[in-house]
Design a protein around this ligand. Structure first.
Ligand SMILES: C[S@@+](CC[C@H](N)C(=O)[O-])C[C@H]1O[C@@H](n2cnc3c(N)ncnc32)[C@H](O)[C@@H]1O
Length: 276
């Protein structure tokens, strides 16, 4: 039975297997690594919106309505974010990660990676933080922030760099003035926009390549089952250079055997360093 007031699609609404198959066939996206409770909660939203009383009927609806797939995917990949979300994490990154990250000669490339970047609020916040930290010295530096997300559409918005006022709520007004141009929306200035390169990647399906000095991954692992979380942490330990940093923020923890590769830099903000 679907709870109309509540948040869940109960077990009685049916097995999720037909939905798994339909989504995989249509998009190549495997939903199995996501927590069942999370999936049922999100699918319940689409069942209510479409008036389907169980998962089987919803899958039939999905097959018959071209626009429903996009609506479902949007619902499954929650994009809540904001500039400098949970500011204490950014403060800790500035204090405990940046001094080491930028200690080398200016010619040394510094590679940062924002995983599950939503509309770009997080990687652009990093870029602003770096710009404030380095000041004029940023000019001679080779800094690149790569930002990935599973959702192609959201990445197009991120590349555009236009934001609503509500997405800037944690931002200091002086930074808003300095880094945004206000027209119909708040558009991030080109100098910051150019520091971030966006591309689509499913962190669960596509093994990442590259070598990074700093990885920021927040509010993504919470939606995923333990085993695939461990797999992601393993990916991170592989693509971080020795001595590189990983920040998960306050909601997530480091899990699995790969955590042995890390030492704790900040226990509250869950910032770790790969053993050198
Ligand atoms: C809640 S947002 C977090 C945004 C930002 N990191 C923050 O903390 O404010 C989670 C993001 O992870 C993305 N995501 C979900 N599954 C993913 C996957 N398998 N690979 C890459 N990104 C994924 C979603 O599309 C969404 O934009």
């Amino acid at each position: 039975m679907i709870s109309l007031k509540g948040q869940d699609v109960s077990e009685d609404a049916g097995n999720l297997d037909p939905l798994h198959r339909a989504v995989y066939r249509k998009t190549g996206m495997d939903l199995h690594p996501y927590k069942e409770k999370f999936l049922r909660r999100r699918v319940a939203v689409r069942l209510r919106a479409t008036g389907c009383e169980n998962v089987a009927r919803y899958v039939a609806y999905l097959e018959s309505d071209e626009e429903e797939l996009d609506k479902l995917l949007l619902c499954l990949t929650i994009h809540v974010s904001s500039f400098f979300r949970n500011p204490s994490t950014f403060r800790a990154v500035e204090e405990k990660v940046f001094p080491d990250l930028f200690a080398g000669p200016p010619s040394r490339p510094v590679r940062l990676w924002s995983v599950g970047c939503a509309r770009g609020e997080e990687p652009y916040s990093l870029a602003i933080l770096i710009s404030e930290y380095l000041g004029e010295d940023l000019r001679g530096r080779n800094v690149r922030i790569e930002a990935i997300d599973i959702d192609e559409k959201i990445l197009e918005e991120a590349k555009g760099g236009g934001f609503r006022k509500s997405q800037l709520k944690e931002l200091d007004p002086s930074l808003e003035k300095k880094y945004f141009v206000k027209n119909a929306s708040y558009r991030i200035v080109p100098g910051i926009r150019k520091m971030v390169k966006f591309h689509r990647l499913d962190i669960l399906m596509d093994p990442p390549a590259g070598e990074y000095d700093f990885i920021l991954c927040r509010n993504l692992l919470i939606y995923i089952e333990r085993k695939p979380q461990e797999q992601i942490v393993e990916h991170f330990s592989r693509v971080l250079r020795p001595g590189g940093f990983l920040a998960l923020g306050r909601t997530e923890v480091l899990v699995g055997p790969a955590r042995e590769a890390f030492e704790v830099v900040d226990a509250r903000e869950r910032i770790y360093r790969k053993a050198g």
